[in-house]
Design a protein around this ligand. Structure first.
Ligand code: 13P
Length: 307
């Protein structure tokens, strides 16, 4: 069945040194466009719902809706929860049919993070669902804070104690528009990845905050009424360096969302005398397909990995 968890996908990605794109979706139509683009690219893909997006989609039947729209899809895809903040919320996604969940207890002290994560792992694995957790914090804005970067030894201990299937590492990326200060040279702490790989070969890592926010994309966003003044993303070439070591899942929210809104604004601007919703939504959907296609076709990404 194309709807699957991350176990086999991660094994293949690690073995062959590529990463699978994980896109932050908000609507069923977005899911459909991502699936169609990935099918075209012979690429596995991860559809990622935040708790807010899931609420927006009305929890309860997301899996059924996806199964319905994916009848002709042959590539493997994953229904994933991004940043599950509580045990209740993550368990309810598992009950609903999500095939992969992230429990984010990284804001708690280590022992509490371990306890919460372990409880989710036991619940999820009994239902064939894979679990991602976080150590260090990609949400902290100040890289000088002591718990910003993931400690490799702590990470390995955390993985062994919790039984998780993948770990989000904090190595320099961050969510949203400003991943680096204006005068900061973008770098990633690849030494952290190498150390984890040395201590635990074969274990898949996850990179959040992986949008590149290219100048062209930003200019186009602003051209049609956007007002984003500053952005500093992460060059995909740097991400590739991480993928070559042990990063198997790359989270893309900002690029994907900006593409959608750019398409929508462009269509609204150019069709001010029209009012059929699909006239506008077609353009937005086209833009997210371009974004997915662009990412999947980068070297060390997932295009043509499904034969
Ligand atoms: P970006 O903001 O870089 O797209 O990261 C998204 C993300 O990591 C979602 O979990």
């Amino acid at each position: 069945m194309p709807l699957t968890n991350l176990n086999e996908l991660f094994k293949d990605a690690y073995k062959n040194g590529y990463a699978i794109g994980c896109f932050n979706v908000d609507t069923l139509k977005m899911c459909q466009e991502v699936l169609l683009e990935s099918e075209k690219n012979h690429s596995p893909v991860i559809l990622s719902f935040s708790e807010g997006s899931r609420e927006f989609m009305h929890p309860g039947n997301i899996k059924d809706l996806l199964l319905n729209i994916s009848k002709d899809i042959t590539i493997p895809f994953v229904l994933h929860l991004d940043h599950g903040r509580s045990i209740e919320s993550v368990k309810s996604c598992i009950d609903e049919g999500f095939t992969s969940v992230m429990i984010d207890a990284s804001k708690y002290p280590l022992e509490e993070n371990i306890r919460i994560t372990k409880e989710i792992v036991e619940y999820a694995h009994a239902r064939n669902v894979t679990v991602e957790a976080e150590l260090g914090s990609v949400e902290i804005k100040d890289k000088n804070e002591s718990n910003f970067y993931t400690d490799p030894y702590q990470a390995v201990d955390f993985i062994k104690k919790t039984g998780i299937d993948s770990l989000v590492v904090s190595i320099g990326t961050g969510h949203g528009l400003m991943k680096f200060k204006e005068n900061e040279t973008p770098t990633l702490r690849l030494d952290i990845l190498r150390k984890i790989d040395e201590l635990l070969p074969g274990f898949p890592l996850v990179l959040h905050g992986s949008s590149s926010i290219d100048e062209n994309a930003l200019n186009e966003f602003n051209k049609y009424g956007g007002t984003i003044k500053k952005a500093k993303g992460i060059d995909v070439k740097l991400i590739n360096e991480a993928v070559k070591i042990n990063v198997c899942k790359v989270n893309i929210g900002t690029d994907f969302r900006m593409a959608y809104i750019t398409g929508l604004r462009k269509a609204l601007t150019e069709n001010s005398d029209k009012f059929t919703p699909r006239t506008f939504l077609v353009e937005a959907n086209k833009k997210i397909r371009e974004c997915v296609g662009y990412k999947e076709n980068f070297e060390f990404f997932s295009a043509n990995r499904i034969k």
